[in-house]
Design a protein around this ligand. Sequence first.
Ligand code: SF4
Length: 353
Amino acid sequence: MALDTPVKPMTDIKVFIPELVYFEPDALEYPMGARILKWAEQQGLPIRMTTSHNRITNLPGEGELEKYRIAKRTLVVGIRKTLEFDQSKPSAEYAIPISTGCMAHCHYCYLQTTLGAKPYVRVYVNIDDIIDRARKYIAEREPEITRFEAACTSDPVGLEHITGSLAHLIEFMADQEHGRLRFVTKFNNVDSLLGLRHNGHTRIRFSVNADYVIRNFEPGTSSFADRIAAAGKVARAGYPLGFIVAPIIWHEGWEEGYAELMRKLKAEVPPEAEPDLTFELIQHRFTKTAKRVIESRYPKTKLEMDEAKRKYKWGRYGQGKYVYPNEQANALREHLTELIFENFPKASIDYFT
Ligand code: SF4
């Protein structure tokens, strides 16, 4: 796909339209930047220039919470300067950086803390530089396969109608014998990806959960039904499919909640996806900092973050996290594992963490 080709408009899918768009001046020299500017103008969005995203200090809004809400709906179009990719264990070797931040409001989201005071959505228009760097990482590890995770710092599917970045990565990776792409999403706007040449080198995963978790903690994302419909579409388009159940949350009725989730998945996943279906399982965890931020941004949240009920797990840089005690974690792992193999005997579970 050419960088200045307009991304196909979505039909019947609700997509993210920012309230405000900032451009770093250099971004306009790239075809993707110029295209996004045109799109923002056509949408009639307020447009501002900024020399650097670090200088955005005057976002509108009264009080912390409103500022936060507006920041999450502010798009910053810039250039990715750091082209060293972070590691992305356990799902891939590297995180491929195409965007940072997300417009959704999942209470438990780790971006709450990692993005700190800068929760706006940033997209990077120098996709060719990013792809060149990925090519080098692949070459360094040959003949090993190198996997790149595109959703480490945002949900790029929710931004694809603006950037088209995933389309570039998918088509690039289609030709890489030793490169693979993967990303996870809670959004359903996958239509523009369906006709791409992917060569089976991109695995698209959908984040799914028990109804209780989606209803209480995932505002601003696509509904479960829409995510599953999108999963069916990508599977029928021949993409390897996966599901990430995250965060797995211990709640009243959790056994039935997760059993119902698996029954619904079974009913919707097309049979052709089953032999190569993967699951990744991640139990809920939080840090002390995350708890403080979440409680200030979502003061009414029902998210249980009681340190006394959790096990402390030491982490890097002295920032430990609270996970479920072994007995609960084992019960969650065993139940989910049984449910998956009952419903999808040919699927594989990549990890439980
Ligand atoms: Fe965070 Fe993903 Fe929710 Fe966005 S969709 S807020 S990235 S958990």
